[in-house]
Design a protein. Structure first.
Lengths: 120, 111
């Protein structure tokens, strides 16, 4: 089945550092990927929709300049948290859906394993 | 605005018990409702529901959707400690491609 790989799984770094998180679709092409953030004991909140070859669409309240998204190929989207601060510490998860040749409404989204980001 | 409300927020049961988790929703141009199980990492897919009244079943888990009353339930029979997790409900609407999640139900199954 469809597999989404996310890397790294855990990052600890100092305040002010920029951190890049990769999301790859391993056995399918994803023109669209999604980035979520989850704080402890809270649900997943959509941050942005990553579109291959075009600009990402950000949800209200998410800073575009802080959370840079690049979707340069059909199998890779990256999220860069720029100048990270302790309040950016969270669990970041990406997802994608395999829409090749199939009515996409019948296919669920699949998640990467997530990246736990801790900013000291 | 799309909204997903899950209840209860937390639930503690003993092994062997049957549980029912609830999810009500409001979404523009409903397309599907999904259930996920989340343990320590990212959510894993359980069910995708698009039609009313058709039960989906996988082992001890089952789910059904009521598009008239705008809710879904997830049933787990003969619960085991390995069922302890957060169960997330999400909805998708036509016109967008993303999911909106509920707050989740934290299920704890005690031996």
């Amino acid at each position: 089945g469809a597999v989404v790989s996310q890397h790294p799984s855990w990052v600890i770094c100092k305040s002010g550092t920029s951190v890049k998180i990769e999301c790859r679709s391993l056995d399918f092409q994803a023109t669209t990927m999604f980035w979520y953030r989850q704080f402890p004991k809270q649900s997943l909140m959509l941050m942005a929709t990553s579109n291959e070859g075009s600009k990402a669409t950000y949800e209200q309240g998410v800073e575009k300049d802080k959370f840079l998204i690049n979707h340069a190929s059909l199998t890779l989207s990256t999220l860069t948290v720029t100048s990270a601060h302790p309040e950016d510490s969270s669990f970041y998860i990406c997802s994608a859906r395999d829409v090749r040749g199939i009515e996409y409404s019948n296919q669920p989204q699949h998640f990467g394993d997530g990246t736990r980001l801790s900013i000291l | 605005e799309d909204k997903v409300v899950q209840s209860p927020l937390s639930l503690v049961v003993h092994e062997g018990d049957t549980v029912t988790l609830n999810c009500s929703y409001e979404v523009t141009n409903f397309r599907s409702l999904l259930w996920y199980k989340q343990e320590k990492k990212a959510p894993t897919f359980l069910f995708m529901l698009t039609s009313s009244g058709i039960e989906k079943k996988s082992g001890r888990l089952s789910s059904i959707l009521d598009k008239k009353e705008l809710f879904s339930i997830l049933n787990i029979t003969a619960t085991q400690t390995g069922d302890s997790a957060v169960y997330l409900c999400a909805v998708e609407g036509y016109g967008n491609n993303d999911m909106r999640f509920g707050a989740g139900t934290r299920l704890t199954v005690k031996p």
